[in-house]
Design a binder for this molecule. Structure first.
Ligand SMILES: Nc1ncnc2c1ncn2[C@@H]1O[C@H](COP(=O)(O)OP(=O)(O)OP(=O)(O)O)[C@@H](O)[C@H]1O
Ligand SMILES: CC(C)(CO)[C@@H](O)C(=O)[O-]
Ligand code: BAL
Length: 281
């Protein structure tokens, strides 16, 4: 059955208050829509641990540093509702812009440190947009747990920090990246790849896996980054944006995986910015 779509925070609050009176544990899966199996894996994780599950769909203008990216971001509410139907979620919350950024809205939440490198360095203002909308989604839904994908690994760590710093009583749960059979991480932006670029795209994950193995074997990150860049360019990519090794939780720059670490990459293919990351332990 298609879940009820609520568009107003007042209606959402009333619904959630009823669940809470019954002692329900509420989970939220924040998304920007254009749902795929990665999002649906978050819904499944939420359903396994929560009595009630809310999926939010809001294409948040404040986190788009590139107006063309915002303009062309896929908006597919009807198909999204159909994709959620077999999962029997309790509510799909699709707030109008006025529910999130009413007239006179003047607050920005900024997380320092964790946002400064990686995607934060290449998408100015992006994480400020994320950390301004996400606490609103947490507070509007009143959820006890929130589910985020490791595909957006820096986002996951930033959101964890924000929720802890603001004393929002919610547990932020990270879920593994869902991939295509050829290794490409599922992303709403993959639909923008031409058929040829789609065939080239899995090279990103292959480079990540091989670089991680070489780091574990003691090879130097600098030389590996150069080799990765050459390989991606010859596979058809336009540009390697970053390939970095970071501490798994604090995202501190590392040269070697001397402690639990994450290898993170961003690269451009066919005018599309692809990101990925894996654990290096
Ligand atoms: N392949 C995936 N596996 C697991 N979680 C994912 C995957 N892709 C996205 N998610 C998670 O889904 C949530 C909503 O993400 P979003 O709506 O931005 O989708 P997206 O596919 O990441 O789109 P984008 O093209 O903007 O990166 C985030 O927590 C994100 O990490
Ligand atoms: C968390 C989020 C829904 C906030 O707009 C977005 O950044 C996303 O889809 O990952
Ligand atoms: N997937 C994270 C949201 C964004 O790329 O804007």
């Amino acid at each position: 059955m298609t879940a009820p779509i609520l568009r107003e925070k007042a209606a959402l609050r009333e619904r959630v208050a009823g669940w809470k009176r019954d002692g329900a544990r509420v989970g939220v899966v924040p998304t920007m829509g254009a749902l795929h199996a990665g999002h649906l894996s978050l819904v499944e994780a939420a359903q396994a641990e929560c009595d009630r599950v809310i999926v939010t769909i809001f294409v948040n203008p404040r986190q788009f540093n590139n107006p063309a990216d915002l303009e062309s971001y896929p908006r597919t509410e009807e198909t999204d509702a159909q994709k959620l139907a077999p999962f029997d979620v309790d509510v799909i919350y699709v707030p109008g812009p006025g529910e999130i950024y009413p007239e006179g809205f003047a607050t920005t939440v900024l997380v320092a440190g964790l946002t400064e490198g990686l995607c934060g360095a290449h998408r100015p203002g992006h994480f400020d947009g994320v950390t301004t909308v996400v606490p609103k989604l947490f507070l509007q839904t009143g959820a006890d747990r929130a589910y985020f994908g490791e595909k957006d690994y820096q986002q996951l760590q930033v959101v964890r920090r924000m929720a802890a710093d603001l004393d929002i009583p919610i547990e932020v749960v990270g879920c593994p990246t869902v991939r295509e059979a050829d290794g490409l991480a599922l992303s709403s932006r993959n639909v923008r790849l031409s058929p040829e670029a789609r065939r080239q795209a899995p090279e990103l994950h292959a480079v990540l896996v091989e670089t991680a193995a070489a780091l574990r074997a003691g090879e130097a990150l600098g030389a590996l980054r150069e080799a990765a860049e050459r390989r991606l360019i010859s596979a058809g990519f336009e540009r390697l944006e970053y390939l970095e090794l970071r501490g798994a939780e604090d995202l501190a720059p590392l040269e070697t995986p001397e402690r639990p670490a994450r290898l993170l990459v961003a690269a451009w293919l066919d005018g599309v910015r692809l990101i990925d990351n894996i654990a290096v332990v």
